[in-house]
Design a protein around this ligand. Sequence first.
Ligand SMILES: Cc1ncc(COP(=O)(O)O)c(C=O)c1O
Length: 292
Amino acid sequence: MPSRRIFIQRAGILAGVSVLPSFTKPLVAGRTSSLAEDTRNQLLVPVGKIYLNTGSLGPSPRAVVDAVTSAMHKLESDPASENWGKLGDQIDIVRQKVADFIHADLEEIILTRNTTEGLGLISQSLPLNAGDEIITTTLEHGGGEVGLEFLQKTKGAVLKKVALPLPPERATEIVSVIEKAITPKTRLVMVSHVNTVTGVLMPLAEISRLTSVRGIYLVADGAQAPGQVPVDVKALGVDAYACSGHKWLLCLIVKRPTTIKLTDRNNERQPTLRKIKRGVLPTHLPTQKHHI
Ligand SMILES: Cc1ncc(COP(=O)(O)O)c(C=O)c1O
């Protein structure tokens, strides 16, 4: 069980990252009851039922459920106007909140329905060629692997799965396994931020020191991280990071992708602006190394 301090930290996160604009009331402890009780009372999971698994689908607090329902009512009452008007305009407010939470820039955020979709989108955008090598581990979730298998099948990339020490004694052991697997043909390293099988927090910043100097993309599957651990994508040094709102954050993210800015690392002063049609997932993203 998490300590009270950790629980409060998580509840604070929950309060700060309402992903829907109308969910503005933070959950704070009342005078007479504990923060834990107040938070528990926000969930629709019946009293007496203990819900332990928020790794797959976390229970959303009442305020989130109400905000989603109310947004749907608003949209359905005047679909086109709301879509292209007031409601649609709020997408950027949500993107900014997500950006602040994971220490990214607004232009770098695409809202997807889940991690699998995000990782698929990233894989589709990577300019890999036949024979290019991808390094991942034997303990990744299928949601991340599916994008890598797509690259294997469509581009002829070579997928190398490395076994990590179980349990690792030190971060350097993990870094060393990845380092040994790198060859001149390695173009992509994809690992989880928090591993879904072992709970190991991967040393992404250290791994990025290996990848960045070699021009290797570093992509992180962050499904299990936000809400459990602080996420600072800049400090982690990742090229792309996909995560979900519906797990540890207890929020639903059901918006559509919007505009993204793609910054060519070789030419940071001339970023390309690419518009993704609202409501439609792009089938292909850029061909240059970039931040997403
Ligand atoms: C590490 C990891 N990656 C990806 C996923 C898939 O997440 P989503 O349901 O948001 O696509 C999960 C689901 O639990 C996971 O644990």
